[in-house]
Design a protein around this ligand. Structure first.
Ligand SMILES: *[C@@H]1O[C@H](CO)[C@@H](O)[C@H](O)[C@H]1NC(C)=O
Ligand SMILES: *[C@@H]1O[C@H](CO)[C@@H](O)[C@H](O)[C@H]1NC(C)=O
Ligand SMILES: *[C@@H]1O[C@H](CO)[C@@H](O)[C@H](O)[C@H]1NC(C)=O
Ligand SMILES: *[C@@H]1O[C@H](CO)[C@@H](O)[C@H](O)[C@H]1NC(C)=O
Ligand SMILES: *[C@@H]1O[C@H](CO)[C@@H](O)[C@H](O)[C@H]1NC(C)=O
Ligand SMILES: *[C@@H]1O[C@H](CO)[C@@H](O)[C@H](O)[C@H]1NC(C)=O
Ligand SMILES: *[C@@H]1O[C@H](CO)[C@@H](O)[C@H](O)[C@H]1NC(C)=O
Ligand SMILES: *[C@@H]1O[C@H](CO)[C@@H](O)[C@H](O)[C@H]1NC(C)=O
Length: 537
């Protein structure tokens, strides 16, 4: 069932003025390729677009400032790019203006979901309530826009053979964000991973993200690849090997970064190879690294205030992108013969568990927390939690709050909770097992809430060891409660609206989605017309 905009317009409820401007239809994934709406393949001619933050955690959101997007869009057009990759966006900011500027110019956005301060840490990986919330906040803030191409759930999280366990947490993130998008009624925007290109792990890693349960695999896979330097060739760059490796991949693959700087100027001759018949059966284009000149000198422009100067590499990338027009023969009816990769680790280098970390649930953590009798005392600084954990966890078993992504994979029932909740769990466990709730004044006894209803069943599922799986209803798993679609605040701010203006922008959102579920429509329409649902079948 679809909402008929015309019927709303006829009823005088919608101005169609702004709808006409939205120029790009959503691109979707089917099998191993991206597709345009008209059934032709979509190839990424992309560039990384994230201003340098000098390593600071206070990054600049590249989609939040209309004037910078206006400043840059003509250069992006001159580069012939159809996609920008952004690494960190702030879900509290309004993205209407920039998304519209890019949409009007036929530019799609691939957005990472993490930020410098909130990401899956490859050295100490976790998939937590806090991370899940951050990821879904970014999803909610960008999902309404037609020109969002995909979400990237992690970038180079696994570095090499020494931290392949981190992949289990990334795969759990992919699984949960995919399910969140389904539950929240957003458009089915694909969710993938972007990997480094490390020789020992590259093949087993690519298999890992495309094996097993379909609900867990990536919707696309990107490689940050810097193998083609200067005037290389498909053979000497190793592109031929990489292409063979992905011969049976079941989802789209592309270069999520490319552009070696060992030979300067960069002529970007790899673009010709990437878009040639030798590669387009497997690859769906790539993202050049990068637009802004920063300390590492990969930029194609330098920016100072309002002014942009193109650098030496700019015309080379521009003419390469302009010159390639892949004309593949695939059509959307093409059936895929491969059924995915095998999860059996083919190489010793790969240790990540196929059994994934649980879906973080705030409800479970709150339930566990409020039922503790011995908790960290008020006034203990979170910087002292580490010492308390170290002390308690040498005395008792802390499996309930630990997560280990090395095969076979072992995840405590409360491993995704925040550090205060986890500390409360272990202090209380110590108290229950050994008595005494003082810890030199760092803990205090409280009257615990009794566990009832769902909370009671969570705790009994976790068992006395706190290591058994807890199943949670989808509603409780959706960390940002509410449907996503019933929130009118994050839509195109056409007509001078700042996006917070309920009625006007709400309609545009319905236009931005090609199909949204009926529940979402009921919510949408009832907000718009005050409870009178206007639906057409
Ligand atoms: C299909 O759509 C794409 C993107 O809008 C466009 O570039 C292309 O020319 C279209 N092709 C056909 C055959 O209509
Ligand atoms: C995100 O935006 C909000 C509101 O504009 C601001 O308060 C916050 O500091 C921003 N966060 C980051 C990490 O820049
Ligand atoms: C992995 O760790 C081992 C032991 O610490 C070290 O010798 C090796 O160099 C590391 N490998 C890589 C690729 O960093
Ligand atoms: C792809 O599948 C074919 C047929 O099953 C097989 O012969 C080939 O080895 C596979 N290639 C890769 C890279 O897995
Ligand atoms: C994680 O699990 C693996 C496999 O069971 C084990 O070898 C390793 O010691 C565990 N790591 C920690 C920190 O417990
Ligand atoms: C989602 O929306 C439907 C229909 O409005 C509503 O019944 C359901 O309770 C909502 N779910 C959440 C988690 O708010
Ligand atoms: C909608 O989003 C705004 C701003 O992010 C937030 O304040 C509000 O609580 C949200 N409303 C719902 C129903 O989720
Ligand atoms: C909301 O829309 C009304 C009517 O179009 C307009 O008068 C008002 O200024 C808008 N408010 C905001 C915050 O944009």
């Amino acid at each position: 069932m679809k909402l008929s905009l015309l019927s709303l317009a006829a009823a005088g409820l919608v101005s169609l003025g702004n709808l006409v401007q939205a120029s790009v239809p959503p691109v979707h994934v089917d099998g191993r390729y991206f597709w345009n709406k008209n059934g032709t393949r979509f190839f990424i001619k992309g560039i990384a677009y994230q201003p340098d933050s000098n390593g600071d955690e206070k990054y600049v959101d590249p989609l939040a400032d209309k004037s910078t997007c206006e400043r840059d869009v003509k250069y992006l057009k001159e580069l012939s790019v159809n996609t920008i990759r952004v690494y960190s966006v702030n879900s509290s900011s309004n993205h209407d203006d920039c998304m519209k500027i890019f949409d009007d110019n036929g530019i799609y956005v691939l957005s990472d979901l993490s930020s410098p301060d909130v990401s899956i840490n490859g050295k100490d990986p976790s998939w937590s309530v806090d991370l899940f919330k951050h990821y879904t906040d970014v999803v909610d803030s960008l999902a309404p826009y037609n020109n969002v191409l995909g979400f990237i759930a992690g970038n180079e999280v696994v570095q090499n053979v020494n931290n392949t366990d981190a992949a289990a947490f990334v795969k759990a993130a992919v699984r949960d964000v995919k399910q969140y998008i389904v539950n929240s009624g957003h458009r089915q925007i694909p969710v993938g991973y972007s990997t480094n290109d490390e020789q020992e792990t590259r093949v087993p890693m690519s298999h890992y993200f495309d094996c097993g349960d379909k609900a867990d695999i990536v919707d696309f896979y990107g490689i940050n690849i810097y193998e083609w330097c200067g005037d290389s060739s498909i053979h000497s760059s190793g592109y031929d090997e990489r292409t063979k490796e992905f011969q049976n991949y079941t989802v789209p693959v592309f270069f999520s970064e490319f552009g070696c700087i060992q030979v300067r100027p960069r002529k970007f001759t790899e673009v010709k190879a990437l878009f040639s018949d030798e590669m387009t059966d497997v690859w769906s284009g790539g993202v050049a690294y990068e637009y802004f000149q920063a300390a590492n000198k990969y930029g194609v422009v330098s920016v100072s205030g309002d002014s942009v100067s193109t650098l030496t590499d700019f015309p080379h990338l521009s003419s390469m992108y302009a010159s390639v027009q892949p004309s593949p023969t695939q059509s959307s009816s093409m059936s895929l013969t491969s059924s995915g990769q095998s999860c059996a680790a083919t190489q010793k280098a790969w240790k990540a568990a196929t059994d994934l970390p649980p879906t973080p649930s705030e409800d479970v953590c709150e339930c566990m927390d409020k039922t503790r009798q011995c908790v960290v005392a008020d006034g203990v600084d979170s910087s002292d939690y580490g010492d308390l954990f170290s002390y308690v966890c040498t005395k008792i078993d802390c499996d309930a709050i630990s997560a280990n992504g090395t095969a076979p994979g072992k995840y405590g029932s409360f491993s995704y909770c925040d550090s205060k909740q986890k500390l409360n769990y272990v202090l209380d466990a110590y108290y229950q097992q050994k008595g005494g709730c003082d810890f030199k004044g760092s803990a205090s006894s409280v009257s615990a809430a009794s566990a009832t209803g769902a909370c009671k069943s969570y705790l009994s599922a976790a068992g006395s060891s706190g290591t058994k799986p807890i199943s949670v209803t989808p509603d409780a798993n959706a960390v940002s409660k509410g449907n996503g679609t019933d929130n009118m605040s994050s839509t195109y701010g056409g007509g001078g609206s700042n996006g917070k203006n309920g009625t006007t922008s709400g309609h545009q959102k319905s236009a931005a989605s090609t199909s949204i579920n009926t529940n979402a429509l009921v919510a949408l329409v009832s907000m718009v017309v005050g409870g009178v649902a206007v639906l057409c079948i």
